[in-house]
Ligand binder design. Structure first.
Ligand code: NAD
Length: 387
């Protein structure tokens, strides 16, 4: 038994076509006539998702400008450029349209725009999280859950290190989930982002700092994602599967958002910071191997995970269920066309030492259900590479 807190002040609105209501939704935050800043990226813009929302805002009387200089795995210099523009244009609110990269950048702009400084000032405690701009997040992938989390993951361009700003005030004011906006997500990104959401649910459910609310959200997210991700991958125009995947990713965000992620994410962020590997793929390549490592000391928990995700039968022994979980997870990601570590030709074995070190330094290492050291991370990396 341990004490816990659960927070989520974000007002969540979900439905097909919900983003069309943006004009009246934003009125809850700023009056018509105000200037609002849209943060997005070129891929989302080219998919035609930004212009209609811009038009709904203009029809409602808002003046709109767009910042789209956001890379996948967004950089600190992009956040600073966005913050500069926020100040120059005297924006009254920030609206993110995109996946985790635009949403995390928008969180940083909502912080840095009004308050100045650089991301590390807030990470180190030199500056306080206060006086943030109102922020609306409209996710266009089903993966990160950033629309309801307190985190903004930023890569420092100079060192290539990923840092996570984490504070309750970074949770968006409003999240608008419109699954129709995910219909254009390409197949490989559907797979990678979906697995990212699944890992959030697994790690949020099983980490050391989990709580009963996170567990309830995580169990529901795992069931939903395992059922609907293959359908969304097979047929991207299946709106029911897209809807359920956004629901699953939202629940997964609510799961880990007041708990934590763990070793899979620590390794994924290390891989992403060295090679810019898409976040979901970076998670998937380590998932079965971290599960194997964790299950050795947490059999009941991992048998439970196997049963929640229907990889094992309710009557299976713990050992049988765990084996089915590891085999099932491997096959699940393989069927989604996700590569294994060795398929990533740019990954060099001589970088494993550095990756293990970065993973160990990650703040979520201490949340992993089994104590994990740099040497353990090295073993997991080798196992994933040699499989
Ligand atoms: P992403 O935002 O980087 O997008 C990946 C690609 O998909 C981009 O090229 C983008 O243009 C394209 N795309 C997005 N939506 C599309 C659509 N509807 N149609 C067509 N193309 C579309 O990917 P992501 O996986 O959503 O986000 C990854 C980032 O989120 C990483 O930086 C990761 O570290 C971070 N992250 C943050 C949290 C958090 O809680 N803040 C959690 C997990 C991951």
């Amino acid at each position: 038994m341990r004490n816990f807190e659960y927070h989520c002040q974000t007002n969540i609105m979900m439905g097909n076509g919900q983003s069309k209501e943006i004009g009246s939704i934003v009125e809850d935050l700023v009056l018509p006539g105000a200037k609002v800043m849209i943060v997005t990226d070129s891929g989302v813009r080219n998919a035609g998702l930004v212009q209609p929302i811009e038009a709904y805002l203009q029809e409602a009387g808002y003046s709109v400008f767009v910042f789209d200089q956001v890379s996948p795995n967004p950089r600190d210099n992009e956040c600073l450029a966005g913050a500069e523009l926020f100040r120059k244009e005297q924006a009254s609110a920030v609206i993110a349209i995109g996946g985790g990269s635009p949403m995390d950048t928008a969180k940083a702009i909502a912080l840095l725009g009004p308050n100045g400084g650089i991301p590390e000032d807030y990470k180190s405690g030199k500056k306080a999280y206060a006086n943030l701009s109102p922020l609306i997040c409209i996710p266009t992938t089903a993966g990160t859950g950033s629309e309801v989390t307190r985190s903004s993951v930023i890569t420092l361009a100079a060192s290539h290190k990923k840092i996570t700003l984490k504070h309750a005030l970074l949770r968006p004011t409003i999240a608008i989930l419109d699954p129709a906006l995910t219909l254009t997500v390409p197949k490989s990104i559907t797979a990678a982002t979906g697995v990212d959401a699944l890992v959030h649910a697994i790690e949020g459910y099983s980490c050391k700092v989990t709580n009963p609310i996170s567990k309830a959200m995580g169990a529901s997210a795992m069931e939903t994602i395992v059922k609907y991700l293959p359908a969304a991958y097979k047929d991207g125009s299946d709106l029911e599967a897209r809807y359920k995947m956004q629901e699953g990713s939202l629940l997964a965000g609510l799961c880990f958002g007041s708990a934590d992620v763990a070793a899979v994410h620590c390794l994924a962020e290390a891989l992403g910071s060295l090679y810019d590997t898409p976040h979901g793929i970076a998670n998937a390549v380590f998932l079965p191997y971290v599960m194997q490592f964790n299950a050795a000391e947490n059999k009941v928990l991992h048998a439970e995970l196997a049963k929640i995700m229907s990889f094992a039968d309710k009557t299976d022994s713990d050992d049988v269920a765990i084996q089915k979980l590891i085999d099932g997870m491997y096959t699940f990601t393989k069927n989604l066309g996700i590569p294994v570590l060795k398929d990533l030709s740019y990954v060099k074995e001589e970088d494993f030492e550095k990756m293990a070190e970065l993973a160990e330094q990650n703040g979520s290492t201490s949340s992993n259900v089994r104590t994990v050291t740099k040497a353990d991370y090295l073993d997991i990396l080798k196992a994933a590479f040699d499989q």
